[in-house]
Design a protein around this ligand. Sequence first.
Ligand code: HCA
Ligand code: CU
Length: 388
Amino acid sequence: MLQILDSTLREGEQTPGVYFDKHIKLAIAKMLDDIGVDIIETGHPSVTQEIHDSVQIIAHNNFKAIVGAHARSLKDDVQLALNCGVDFIGIFYCVSDDRLNTVFKKDLAEAIIQITDVIKFAKSQNPDIIIRYTPEDTVRSEFSNVVAVSIAAVEAGADIISVADTTGYMIPGTDRSMFDYISKLKYELNSRGLNPKIAVHCHNDRGFALANALDAYRAGAEIIDASVLGLGERAGIVDLAQIMMVLTADFGLNNWKLDKLDELYQFVSSHSGVPIPGNYPIIGKHAFTHCAGVHTHAAAINPTHYESLDPQLLGKERTFSLDHMSGIASIKYALSFIGETKLSPELQLEVLAQVKNIGQKGKVVELTELPHIVHFIKQNYKHKQKSK
Ligand code: HCA
Ligand code: CU
């Protein structure tokens, strides 16, 4: 069963300038829980007292979701996370030769001892704690190092191994394929009788985070990390609404309440200060808006002509907007929405002319403005008749 891990409160808060107050964090966690997110990664308690306190409060809320904290591969970090009462700790440590030599000044064997000691420590303190170990920058690290540390981590008690594409390096269909990577890692572990859950954490530096996450899923990954608005370091990670929508619409899963996503996105956008572009997939204001004349005409006959996702899955309606691209078919269709089915062809053309006028100024006419245009045109027509 696939699980979604939301990291808005951890990775998302690593977006430059983004900070969620404690009560906002709790509110976001509640919305994520209502949507049915499986794991909520709430933060890294050793970063600040504020984060520590919010992790603790969220952990004590009896959410359905598994509540997790992030920790370096240090006993102090893990102890702090355990004290917060979380169900899950994500421990990370990079094992690339380069990082071992230049940053940690350790060899692989020493790093493995540090990682496994911390995992064993966590399990000795709380045997029920779920441990994820992430070899940070997994995909650019030597594969043999990743395999060796993963084997050791699982033998020490890790339940989940996460493959992190920390720099958004992978490209689908190439020799940097996430599908191939996950398949190979699973093979190495399974053939040794080790069956941890495999998670995937994809950054979006090249715009492939979602595609890589789906590749991972197809190769058997069981946990996908995501965040609201894809918030995270640099270009962020997989967008929560997009991954949930695609898995629901295209991969037959039915695990989440998608109709609650919009409210969550508006809330996170307003409290992070990160705006939602109109053309943002799934959630953007125009994600289900038809505009050009031919599109509106075809979509009015059968929406699937210009839609491959059903807005109703999100509890939304498709809409039509009018602008300089509009044709008479769009006008007629839009008029039918506001109950103006009897307007004469001559006045319909006047409405079209006015809509195009407004559109050429770079604005769109929403259905709420249309009645006012119609009213004006009718009044103007009456006035002209009288003065003849
Ligand atoms: C980080 C890096 C990380 C860790 C992911 C993980 C990444 O911010 O510490 O611990 O699973 O992208 O590698 O987000
Ligand atoms: Cu990350």
